[in-house]
Design a protein around this ligand. Structure first.
Ligand SMILES: [Zn+2]
Length: 349
């Protein structure tokens, strides 16, 4: 591992913004800013229960995962056509490039759209075209992960997989999201087994609000390669050991955890504890339009609150590349760029 000297707090904040990084936990529907929601509502003639952009922004006062999800699904109702999905993903990728995201693995929730009569092709083709254009025009690499909504049935997940089957070449994996408590991973054991047969990468949300047992079953029953969130793992020593030993990545989202009251005060966030225990933790934005910050805000705020160091910054960015589903060749390029970014900052200190 590259040796990282300590940096003054202000210099570290600059470095956090400048360093290349991968974002592995971003729900594209959660990147919809109120301005774009209103523009798409107007374009598509969809009525909104909010009088203005400001009124919608003010409604973003969540107390838990469910109160957030209620507004999240209302916002997604403006997405109808392929171009809408393209515009949403393109807006996120432009914003991510500004935060020096070199690679993004983007979650999307097709059931939120197909349930409203939107065709699977419109969803996947729009998002995929945005990823292709962003690679060419912004120099950012981006791939797609289809997420099943865990509050819906296994049958609905299977139906979704079937609809997506002709388009599987445009996605790299599947995930599991939405209301966690009461919907353990094992509910989707057969769906994930089928996805594994199809050669898809597997991830799942587990241990955000739910217990460590959900992380165990995501690993052992669903056989996922990454855990999304996973912050509740600290309550189970054997699980911490397993995650460290097998280098199972956790995609941690500090501002989301704060907004949804998993850690009401960022200074109590356990990211540093996860890293210091040798886990492959990463920093991500989850639903940045709703949780008050894109990836760089997540980095700078959690570092300021928990007094992490330049060594942690390097580890987190390095982990994000290691944990990605990109090619080994791409990973080496990004790791090299990461090292160069750190050397520049250290030299000029
Ligand atoms: Zn999430």
């Amino acid at each position: 591992m590259f040796k990282v000297p300590p940096l003054a707090p202000q210099r570290l904040q600059k470095l956090l913004r400048a360093m290349p990084k991968a974002e592995l936990h971003i729900h594209i529907e959660g990147s919809l800013e109120p301005e774009l929601i209103f523009a798409l509502a107007q374009r598509n003639g969809v009525p909104l229960p909010y009088a203005s952009v400001e009124a919608l922004r003010q409604a973003y006062a969540f107390t838990n995962l469910q109160s957030f999800l209620d507004i999240y699904y209302a916002g997604a109702s403006v997405l109808l056509h392929e171009q809408d999905f393209y515009d949403m993903a393109r807006a996120y990728l432009a914003r991510a490039a500004m935060d020096n995201v070199a690679h993004a693995e983007i979650f999307f929730d097709p059931q939120t759209h197909t349930a409203r009569g939107v065709a699977m092709e419109a969803v996947i083709n729009g998002l995929h075209r945005a990823c292709e254009d962003a690679r060419a025009e912004l120099g950012i690499s981006a791939t797609l992960i289809l997420c099943f909504l865990r509050h819906l049935s296994e049958a609905s997940a299977f139906e979704t997989l079937e609809q997506a089957q002709p388009l599987l070449g445009k996605i790299v994996g599947v995930g599991l999201d939405s209301s966690e408590v009461g919907h353990p991973p094992e509910k989707f054991a057969r769906v994930f087994a089928r996805c594994r047969e199809l050669g898809l990468h597997l991830v799942a949300h587990a241990g955000e609000e739910g217990p460590p047992a959900y992380i165990w079953s995501a690993l052992d029953v669903l056989k996922v390669e990454r855990i999304d969130h996973g912050v509740q793992a600290v309550h189970d020593a054997a699980l911490m050991q397993r995650l460290a030993q097998d280098r199972i990545p956790l995609t941690v989202c500090p501002l989301s955890n704060q907004k949804l009251c998993v850690f009401p005060d960022l200074k109590d966030h356990n990211l540093r504890q996860l890293l210091d225990a040798g886990l492959c933790a990463t920093v991500n934005s989850d639903d940045p339009a709703y949780f008050g910050g894109y990836i760089n805000e997540n980095f700078t705020q959690v570092f300021a609150a928990t007094a992490m160091t330049a060594r942690h910054a390097y580890q987190l960015a390095f982990n994000s590349f290691e944990a990605s589903f990109a090619s080994q060749a791409d990973k080496r390029v990004w790791e090299h760029r990461l090292k160069e970014a750190f050397e520049r900052f250290v030299e000029h200190d």
